[in-house]
Design a protein around this ligand. Structure first.
Ligand code: ZN
Length: 102
């Protein structure tokens, strides 16, 4: 084993996101093949990190976070627009029925 387990655990995050250097990547891979405890750690790490967090090397974490906020905001705008449209439709139908009754 060329690397210390603690070092591998630090590198696992970079390795998982695909941003580790080639040298670190191959060192981590070699270590993971040989060390069961680090392999388990890597599996656990992979399970706690959603796949959507894997973005390209040039994107920073802040950009991913911002994109997520914008998606949520767009969803809320869509939901409120739909609520507004259906509320006005209901009001219009009620008004129409009231006029017809007279
Ligand atoms: Zn290890």
């Amino acid at each position: 084993m060329s690397l210390n387990c603690d070092i591998v655990k630090d590198l696992v995050a970079l390795y998982h996101d695909g941003v580790a250097s080639e040298a670190s990547e191959s060192a981590v891979e070699t270590h993971l093949k040989e060390c069961k405890s680090c392999r388990n750690y890597y599996k656990q790490y992979g399970n706690t990190q959603p796949a959507s967090l894997k973005f390209d090397v040039n994107a920073s974490g802040d950009y991913g976070e911002l994109a997520k906020h914008m998606r949520i905001r767009r969803l809320w705008m869509l939901v409120s627009a739909l609520a507004y449209v259906s509320a006005s439709l209901c009001a219009f139908i009620m008004l129409f029925m009231r006029i017809r009754k007279k």
